[in-house]
Every structure is written in structure tokens, then in C-alpha cells.
Design a protein around this ligand. Structure first.
Ligand code: ZN
Ligand code: ZN
Ligand code: FE
Length: 772
């Protein structure tokens, strides 16, 4: 019996603690501490009962936190006295519920070291089995169709475990105890090899066929974890060009997979910080600085100094690389036509990718939920996700405030949505650009799926002020109270939510977003909290002849700069002179007659303008291309010096602030047009970045806010390494503490989180708009 001095204790653990091998871990830990009692899953997480733990308790809790399984994420441990804990042994109690209603589903995780060891061991029964997994690794989010998280509610339901697998599944000391996707070659999923017309080619080793085909420069559609990849030899320029032609993707960067970081080092620079994330269980694509003169094809990321790399994350990827014929670096790009969601189903892929792939490497484990590869970059001392998807979703973001259950619908580009419940926000995986029907279907299906799995019934909808976004229209269709949130306020709030801030001074540099003064915004300095904001400063507004088309057709803005500065046709820099006269005339007419020339303070459009003047890019294929290329070009002028060095040098371009509120861009453009004659584009690209950093820092000096306010850097332009690093350097000198997106993308992919925290707060106080 326990005594009043040394009572039995119950620990209630919340977070990602189910479906991740947590109970066997607790069992082993209790053995190590010679504690008796038991462990079980309940609807909220895991409950541990300990018989009179006494002074072992503190160390036990410490070990729970520090030694938890890789996929586990403990958010809280609550401790209360209880009675009647088992005093003779420690037992794993079979729970009636599978994954509890409030328990959190884990994300998909790359194959763990233990499984990889077995996979490579010729004596192991799962040697080279491409679906090996255990409670520490493998598919989760992408295979769950319903809760509780039990095998019948996953896409593994069609495979009946063999006796050996079942014994592992039922053995509390096994790494595969309750590993729902547990399987082996005798009882689990298998690969198959198909021609481009879908015909099945019966072969003993489909992966070996794929290896040989890849070596021959063929394009292979490979069914993966969250969807299909298109794979091709990354050294083979013509094969890469053919993939680009078939996919309708002339220049957008393609990601590359290598077997290990040692191979990766042949192609790019990897810092120790970057390596940490490359090898992390989420296995994102990490943007790395390319090395010169490598064997990689030159058309993987033309005009960009970086290339996305990732390591294998499924046993199938490892299987491919075990084959000697497989090229040492593979392009692994999403298996879709441009702008469509990635394919997940075999029959769907065989139709949609028939004209893209020469062969198909398929398997028969269904993908329930689509998840693209995540993309990350190490910038300004932190690891930052640019696209949060596979490996991260549906991890909860812990909020500083309790929020009602709401759904925030996001924006239009890089769409995601966000659901809230209690202290948690659940940001969806990357959905894509919400402009076509297939992406909209993916969006609405994922909303239903996530609401079901997380048991969330929203009481209100939050959306952008922009009435024409399909996400805003979707919000209208839900028939719930609607709260509208200004785009850049939401950007600031996303960073605030991630860092648990409640108030900040925000520098939001972005593409365009609906403002509240009939102009579109995107270069904003806001004083913001989680309900209200005040616009303290912004970039000078410039007209956009053709509206949003200017985001893709930068030449319109290059000509606008010439018009705004009164530059004569004969004085135009060469890149603008090359634009046909008829087009020049049309833009001049639109500007002088104010026809379809909405005004914007967008930073993104200023990047387009400068890219056009410097001849970097007149027409973009993908969002942000001109800005990325301008950043890469500026990187060439950096000449090995850190940005701090350049920030101390004299500026070529004039910083001018009007009425302590507006950064004047036109004088800068005027000087840029003049300088473009006898200065290298790379040098001017760098000067533009420096000008922008200095202008923002100077404006903030004029505004003179209290420096104890946290300073938030948000918006899509903060993906720009030079801008982020330059701004944070200058603003730290003004004694601000700087925050930007890390786990949550600073671009529109993180916007829904900001909408959700603002919207939830406003809903509680009965309001539908933020004050400003
Ligand atoms: Zn494993
Ligand atoms: Zn089996
Ligand atoms: Fe945005």
C-alpha cells in the first residue's frame, strides 16, 4: 500500500504521445527506475500510474522529457495523487480508445536508424523491404483516414499482418508494438513496374528496373509517401530539359536527392547548422549554396545561386540508391502538371502523368492525404521553413492564448488553412495556388479531413479582406460568422503567434495584399497586437499598369519607373529599350490616362521593377522568380564579405523619408536608371538591397517607437536572405529584439495562422474587423 507521505502518483501527458511508441518507452523507463504501476492511452494522451514513486519521481519526469521517442512531442505533464497503482510490476494497459479525441496525430517521419540498419542487413527478414517501419518512424498523417488511430483506420487496413508481424505488434517490448503500418515482404505492400501507358511489366525487382531506366536518362514517376515524384538523373542536362518541357516548367528550380550528405557535398556547401536539418527526421528540402563546376546539370536552378537538396526519407528511396545503376543525384520533383496538386492515386497518376513519365514505379499502400515535400533554408542564425508540409503537418502550434474553434482560410498563393482548438493551432500542409478547380478540391477535402481527425467544429470563419480570393469565397460559403483580417496584419500575427508575442512593431515586406485605403499594400510598418494594428509607415505607392499582371510581367513596372521619373525613351537602359515600342506606348498611355493602374506600396513589386531595369527578368514563370534572381545576382557582388560590411559602406542610392511615414522609392529608381549605364547589374542589385534595409531602418528611427517592443520581420520578401539579415543587423543596432518566421513560413503559407489567432480573439470580443 502507498502511504500518505509517499502516495501513488498519476502523470497525465499531452502532446504527440500516441502512435509513436510512447507506452513501450514508459515501460522500459519504469523498469530502469525500478518503478511499478502502469501506462495507458486515454482520450487526451497518455496516463502513467506510479506506485509510491517518492523521490524517484522528479528524475523519472526529467527522463520522460529528455529521452522520449523521436516522434513524440510532450506539450504538458500534469501530476496528481491517485490510489491503487499496481505495486508488483509495471504493465502496459490495453486502452479501449486508439488515438484519443484530443490526442495529436504525428507527422510522417523518415525511416529511423534502427529500421535502416535492419533494411541493410542481409540477414534481417526485412532486408531491402521498401516499406519497413516501426513506432519511431514511417508514415502517419498521410495514411490515416479516421480516428482512433488503429490499423483499420489507415490505408494499411487491406494488409493482414502475418504471424511474425502480429507477434511484434502485440509485444510491449518490441519496437513495433502497436506500430500500425507494421508489415513485411510476406504480408505488406509491394512495388510494381509499369510502362507509360500503364501496362504492368512483371519483374522480380522493380527498383532495379527503375535504377537502370534512370541511368539511361528516362523520366520515372515514383509513388512516394505523400504523393508522386518525377525522378530523373540530375547530371543529365538533356533529360532534365525534357522533364521541364513535358511538365511545362521551363525554369522553376528542381530539387535534388542524394543518398547521403557526403555525396551532397560534391555539389553544394553544407554548414554544420544546415546539416542538422538535412538529416532531421522530417527530411525537408534544404536550400544550399551550389558549388561551381560540379557534374550537376546546369538547368536545375538557372539564375539562382542555391539549389534544394534532400536526403532519402522512405525505405524505397534507400532501395533505389542501393542499386549501382542509380545516378548519385536524382531530380525529385512533384509528380504533377504545373499548378495542379501532386498525384497520389495509381490510376490518377497513370492518366495524368502518362505524358510526363517514361515508366512508373508504383506501390499498393494507398496515400490518404497528400503532402508535398517541405522546403527550408538556414538564414540569419535560424532554420526557417519556406514550405511547411510533409514531416511537420499536423504538428500543433502552441498558442499563448486560448482560442475558440475557428477556421482561417488563408490567402491565394501558397495556400494553407488553419484550425484552432484550445491552446493549439493546426496549420494545414501546403495546398498550392488556389486558382484552379483541382487545387480548390484538394483544399476543401483537406479541410473536411482535418476537421474530422482533430474533432474540430468551427464556430467562425476568418478570411482575407480580398473579396476575390477563392479562399475568401470559400469562407463565405461556410455560412458561419465571418471575420476579415488585413493581409499584412495577419503576416505579423503569424510571427507573433509562433514566438508567443502579444504586441509588436512589424516590418511586413510582401507581395500585394488588400489594404484599407483603396491601394494594395506590401511594404508596411505596423504597430500590431493580436486584435488591432496601426499603419505607421510604408513604401511610396506606385501605379501598376495591368494590376496583378505586373507580378508576372515586370517589364510593365520597369517602364513605369521610367515614366514616373520622366526618363526619355533615348535615355532608357538597354533592357527597357529592348521592349517593343508598341508595348512602351501602351504602358505610357495607361499611366498617363490612369487606366487600370491601381496603386501599391508592395515591396515585391519594387523587386519586379528593379529586376526589369537591370535586365534580370521581364517575365516570370513562377511567383517570386524576379526577386529570387535579383537576390542571387546581388549575392555575386557580395564578394565574400558579410552583409554588415556592405551596410557600413556609402550608399549609391538616396534614402529619403517623407513626413516620417513614407519611404520614397521614386528618387531611388531615378538614380538606379542613371547608374545602370556604367555599373554592373550585380552591384546595383546589391545596392538596391542595401537601400531597402537602410530606408526601413531610417524610417523606424523617425517613427521612434519604444525599443522594448519586439520587432517582427514578416511577409514573403523576408525569405530573401540579404534583406532579412541586413534588416535584422541594422535594427539590432537600434536595440530591438528581432523575430521572424522559423517553424512557420513568413510567406503566405503561414498567413492562415495569423488570421486564426486574430480572428479567434476578435470573435470572442464580438467583432468582425480589426481596428486600425
Ligand atoms: Zn523505424
Ligand atoms: Zn509480415
Ligand atoms: Fe502575403
Amino acid at each position: 500500500m502507498s502511504t500518505p507521505e509517499n502516495p501513488d502518483i498519476e502523470l497525465h501527458i499531452r502532446g504527440i504521445v500516441q502512435g509513436v511508441g510512447f507506452r513501450p518507452f514508459v515501460y522500459r523507463l519504469a523498469q530502469a527506475f525500478s518503478l511499478t504501476g502502469g501506462v495507458l492511452n486515454n482520450t487526451d494522451g497518455v496516463v502513467i500510474q506510479l506506485f509510491s514513486p517518492g523521490d524517484k519521481l522528479a528524475d523519472f519526469i526529467l527522463a520522460l522529457r529528455s529521452q522520449a521517442p523521436v516522434m513524440a512531442q510532450i506539450s504538458t505533464i500534469e501530476q496528481r495523487p491517485c490510489q491503487g497503482a499496481n505495486d508488483t510490476s509495471f504493465t502496459i494497459l490495453e486502452s479501449k480508445v486508439g488515438l484519443g479525441l484530443n490526442a495529436i496525430i504525428p507527422p510522417d517521419t523518415s525511416v529511423c536508424p534502427d529500421c535502416l540498419r535492419e533494411f541493410l542487413d542481409p540477414n534481417d527478414r526485412r532486408y531491402h523491404y521498401p516499406f519497413i517501419n516501426c513506432t519511431n518512424c514511417g508514415p502517419r498523417w498521410t495514411i490515416i483516414s479516421d480516428i482512433p488511430y488503429d490499423r483499420p483506420n489507415t490505408s494499411m487496413h487491406q494488409f493482414k499482418m502475418c504471424d511474425t508481424c502480429l507477434a511484434e505488434y502485440q509485444n510491449p517490448t518490441s519496437r513495433r508494438f502497436h506500430a500500425e503500418p507494421n508489415a513485411c515482404a510476406d504480408c505488406g505492400p509491394h512495388l510494381s513496374w509499369h510502362k507509360s501507358d500503364g501496362t504492368h511489366i512483371p519483374v522480380a525487382d522493380p527498383a532495379a528496373q527503375a535504377a537502370t531506366a534512370l541511368q539511361e536518362g528516362k523520366i520515372i514517376a515514383i509513388r512516394g509517401l505523400g504523393g508522386f515524384h518525377l525522378a530523373v538523373d540530375a547530371h543529365n542536362g538533356p533529360a532534365v530539359a525534357e522533364l521541364r518541357r513535358r511538365k511545362g516548367r521551363p525554369s522553376k528550380p528542381l530539387a535534388v536527392m542524394t543518398a547521403d550528405t557526403k555525396t551532397m557535398l560534391h555539389y553544394c556547401h553544407i554548414s554544420p547548422e544546415e546539416e542538422k536539418f538535412i538529416i532531421s527526421p522530417a527530411r525537408p528540402i534544404v536550400l544550399l549554396r551550389k558549388k561551381d563546376g560540379t557534374a550537376l546539370a546546369t538547368n536545375l536552378a538557372p539564375q539562382i545561386g542555391e539549389l534544394g537538396f534532400m536526403l532519402p526519407y522512405t525505405p524505397l528511396h534507400y532501395l533505389l540508391f542501393t542499386h549501382p545503376n542509380t545516378p548519385r543525384a536524382l531530380v525529385m520533383t512533384s509528380g504533377n502538371m504545373s499548378h495542379a496538386p501532386i498525384c497520389t492515386q495509381n490510376d490518377e497518376a497513370l492518366i495524368n502523368l502518362a505524358n510526363l513519365a517514361d515508366f512508373f514505379l508504383l506501390h499498393d499502400r494507398n496515400i490518404i492525404t497528400r503532402a508535398d515535400d517541405s522546403v527550408a533554408r538556414y538564414t540569419d542564425g535560424s532554420y526557417r521553413l519556406l514550405r511547411r508540409s510533409r514531416g511537420y503537418v499536423p504538428q500543433a502550434i502552441n498558442l499563448p492564448h486560448h482560442r475558440p474553434e475557428v477556421i482561417a482560410c488563408g490567402a491565394e498563393l501558397k495556400s494553407t488553412f488553419c484550425l484552432t482548438k484550445g491552446h493549439n493551432a493546426f496549420l494545414s500542409q501546403h495546398i498550392g495556388t488556389l486558382t484552379n478547380a483541382a487545387v480548390l478540391d484538394f483544399y476543401s477535402e483537406t479541410i473536411l479531413h482535418m476537421k474530422k481527425l482533430l474533432h474540430i467544429t468551427p464556430v467562425a470563419t476568418v478570411c482575407d479582406l480580398h473579396p476575390d480570393y477563392l479562399s475568401s469565397r470559400y469562407a463565405q460559403s461556410l455560412g458561419l460568422p465571418i471575420i476579415k483580417v488585413q493581409h499584412h496584419h495577419a503576416h505579423a500575427a503569424a510571427v507573433m503567434a509562433e514566438h508567443k508575442l502579444t504586441k509588436c512593431l512589424a516590418v511586413v515586406m510582401d507581395g500585394t495584399g488588400w489594404g484599407v485605403d483603396n491601394t494594395s499594400w506590401g511594404g508596411e510598418i505596423l504597430l500590431a497586437d493580436l486584435k488591432n494594428y496601426k499603419r505607421l509607415g510604408h513604401l511610396q505607392t506606385i501605379p501598376m499598369p495591368g494590376g496583378d499582371r505586373t507580378a508576372w510581367e515586370g517589364w510593365r513596372l520597369g517602364l513605369t519607373a521610367a515614366w514616373l521619373t520622366g526618363t526619355q525613351r533615348r535615355d532608357l537602359p538597354q533592357p527597357l529599350q529592348e521592349i517593343p515600342l508598341a508595348k512602351q506606348q501602351i504602358i505610357n498611355d495607361m499611366l498617363s490616362k490612369k487606366i487600370n493602374c491601381p496603386l501599391t506600396s508592395s515591396t515585391g513589386r519594387l523587386f519586379n521593377t528593379v529586376s526589369s531595369i537591370l535586365g534580370v527578368r521581364q517575365v516570370s514563370e513562377y511567383e517570386g522568380q524576379a526577386a529570387m534572381e535579383l537576390e542571387s545576382l546581388a549575392g555575386q557582388a557580395i564578394n565574400g564579405h558579410p552583409i554588415d560590411y556592405w551596410l557600413k559602406k556609402d550608399l549609391y542610392l538616396p534614402v529619403s523619408i517623407e513626413k516620417k511615414q513614407t519611404i520614397l522609392s521614386i528618387p531611388m529608381l531615378q538614380k538606379m536608371l542613371k547608374l545602370s549605364y556604367n555599373n554592373s547589374p550585380a552591384h546595383l542589385a546589391l545596392q538596391f538591397h542595401l537601400w531597402l534595409c537602410h530606408s526601413v531602418a531610417t524610417l523606424i528611427k523617425h517613427i521612434n517607437p519604444p525599443t522594448d517592443l519586439p520587432l517582427v520581420l514578416a511577409g514573403g520578401c523576408m525569405q530573401n536572405h540579404l534583406l532579412l539579415k541586413g534588416l535584422s543587423t541594422l535594427l539590432k543596432q537600434q536595440n530591438f529584439i528581432i523575430y521572424s518566421g522559423e517553424q512557420i513560413p513568413v510567406n503566405d503559407g503561414g498567413l492562415a495562422l495569423g488570421q486564426a489567432v486574430i480572428g479567434g480573439g476578435l470573435y470572442v470580443s464580438g467583432r468582425t474587423h480589426a481596428g486600425h
